[in-house]
Design a protein around this ligand. Structure first.
Ligand code: DCP
Length: 588
């Protein structure tokens, strides 16, 4: 839900930097012979040449679009180069893209507070850097302005008296009579130009940027002129920009709220919101959202740039559309194991490189029952405390899946074990790790994180004792990058597709309900200890549950589900994990 924050936009300089056709650029850097050629990145599958997920600008000139399949792209541009996304464990391996994004972030972070918003997007708060430039070398004192800065787009600025646009931009940047806000913005333009040039020099990637007084306006501006360009929004141009901006283009209004504004209030552009009083908007959409809407209509947004260079969580997922839907527990377990392996690898490298640990493991799935009137019933997302080690993550994830499946099926005695078809289909699986925090200094022994019982005993954080329902991964309720991608892929691509996952702001959606079980259901308090044991002493206690005995819905969520695999084997492999998957410096 949008949150209204007091405006502090007047004097801030915020940039939004977005890499151009990102995956294509990464592939072109790997294979320089592709540079300048029409290129697209596809998720390969046999159906019509795979789905395009990134399209280079040369290919866009031929009319190639992201919504196309490889075969369609070849029809409109026969010479197109189609590069397949790297594959590992039978699914897309995005690590080269993630790492390339990190290279860029480390350069951009040199100039100000930096928030990594997605795999290829960053917000920067450049206020201090702009203030410093204004104090030391204000643009008006410059004889020469960088050519690249002169290519900037300044919204609302028109070339006059036959001046070429560069001369007009130079005049705007170097005005002595500009107000303080515009002078700071001019400094922002020069700083962002320098950063973009530095990114190009060090990484070979081009990016586009928006520069404004707040995040909302900077984000809107960065997409206006691409590739390799930047756009600035002076305060005086805000009204003109928003007046004609379609309501659905505004961040957080692309979904239900935007539709409701269109249908209920007849709002088609952001400017149309100006017709409504704050009271009226609050009456229709609640206090907070009403104020937020009133603010955005005026270009007001106090949202801060968060200092965050690292992901908030890690996720790995895959979708199984159409005939590829999974229909046996064995196949689900196979894929969960693959996803968990990837997740575990990433958790270990996060621990090694960034000294961070994750606390919560969550399983999301999409499913349907083949003979079901209640076809809208969602597969419940489930969470539990995260135990480090691939085998433990696999074991816990599989338990979460079984618990979710029981609840999803809602009837008892349905066969969920083995490989027999059971009347349900799984169309997507995703496993994620969240609540990532820095390792406390002085507790840098990996064994601490690989030994369940100690993990939570030493922290004051209130963590759930057993798996709980996790916030659902909303397919349409968010504009977040990963949700958008996964939704698009699931809806549009009938072949096998990787569920594109990335964990930045999007992972806020995977935040668990903060409630512990006691908070959710007072009647469950007796289970707290049992559930604690489940995680801290292995799964033995869970196996005492009689699977054939009818349980109510809460029970099925509350208790661990017996698993088929041999507990001793799990213990052995978990031990093996400890030795093989930890960063060596933690093995002390
Ligand atoms: N991506 C994806 N699936 C999607 C959308 C995007 O896998 N449905 C990946 C590929 C993109 C990257 O994320 O290269 C960044 O997405 P953007 O939406 O920023 O698009 P591009 O960077 O490709 O192009 P643009 O220059 O228009 O930003």
């Amino acid at each position: 839900m949008p949150v209204a924050r007091p405006d502090s936009s007047g004097a801030r300089i915020i940039a939004h930097v977005d890499l151009d056709c990102f995956y294509v650029q990464v592939e072109q850097r790997k294979q320089p012979k592709l540079r300048g050629l029409p290129t697209a990145v596809v998720q390969y599958n046999e159906w019509k040449g795979g789905g395009l997920i990134a399209v280079g600008y040369e290919a866009r000139d031929y009319g190639v679009k992201r919504s196309m399949r490889g075969d369609e792209a070849k029809e409109v541009c026969p010479q197109i180069e189609l590069v397949q996304v790297p594959v590992a464990r039978g699914k897309a391996d995005l690590s080269s893209y993630r790492n390339a994004g990190s290279e860029v972030v480390s350069i951009l972070a040199r100039k100000g507070r930096c928030e990594r918003a997605s795999i290829d997007e960053v917000y920067l708060d450049l206020t201090d850097a702009a203030e410093a430039m204004l104090a030391e070398t204000p643009p008006e004192s410059l004889d020469e302005v960088d050519e690249e800065a002169l290519k900037s787009h300044i919204l609302g600025l028109e070339s006059k008296d036959g001046n070429d646009s560069k001369a007009t931009v130079k005049e705007w940047l170097c005005r002595c009579d500009a107000d303080h806000r515009d002078k700071l913005l001019a400094c922002g333009v020069l700083i962002v130009t320098e950063l973009r040039m530095q990114v190009l020099k060090e990484t070979e990637f081009t990016c586009s940027a928006g520069i404004a007084h707040n995040k909302m306006l900077a984000k809107l501006a960065s997409g206006m002129n691409k590739p390799a360009q930047q756009t600035t929004v002076p305060f005086s141009s805000v009204k003109g920009l928003l007046d004609s901006l379609p309501i659905k283009k505004m961040k957080q209004l692309g979904g239900k709220l935007g539709t409701s504004l269109q249908n209920e209030l007849g709002v088609t552009t952001v400017g149309d919101l100006l017709k409504f009083s704050e009271d009226k908007l609050q009456e229709s959409y609640g206090f907070n959202t009403g104020t937020w809407l009133w603010n955005i209509a005026r270009g007001i947004s106090g949202e801060e740039v968060q200092a965050r260079l690292l992901p908030k969580s890690h996720g790995s997922g895959k979708s199984f559309p159409g005939p590829r839907a999974l229909k046996t527990v064995a196949s689900v377990q196979h894929w969960l194991n693959q996803l968990c392996e990837e997740l575990s690898e990433r958790l270990c490298s996060d621990l090694e490189q960034n000294k961070r640990i994750a606390h919560t493991l969550t399983l999301h799935a999409s499913a349907f029952k083949s003979s079901d009137s209640d076809s809208r019933k969602k597969f419940p997302s489930k969470s539990c405390p995260l135990r480090y080690g691939t085998a433990k993550i696999q074991e816990d994830t599989f338990n979460l899946f079984q618990a979710g499946l029981r609840e999803f099926l809602g009837s008892f005695g349905v066969k969920t074990q083995g490989s027999q078809y059971s009347g349900w289909r799984i169309t997507a699986l995703s496993v994620s790790a969240s609540k990532i925090v820095p390792v406390l200094s002085g507790t840098c022994s990996i064994m601490k994180y690989f030994n369940g019982p100690d993990k939570f005993g030493s922290t004051s954080e209130q963590l759930p004792d057993n798996f709980i329902d996790a916030a659902p991964l909303s397919p349409s309720g968010s504009e977040s990058y990963s949700t958008l991608n996964s939704t698009e892929l699931q809806n549009e691509l009938p072949g096998e597709q990787v569920w594109i996952e990335h964990s930045m702001a999007d992972l806020g959606q995977l935040e668990m309900k903060a409630n512990t079980w006691n908070g959710l259901d007072p009647s469950c308090s007796i289970s707290k200890q049992t559930s604690g044991q489940w995680f801290h002493s292995g799964t033995e206690s869970s196996s005492s549950l009689d699977q054939n005995k009818p349980q109510n819905r809460d029970d099925s969520r509350m208790r661990s589900v017996p698993i088929k695999s041999n507990q001793q084997e799990h213990k052995k492999s978990a031990l093996k994990d400890k030795v093989h998957s930890c960063p060596s410096f933690y093995l002390q």
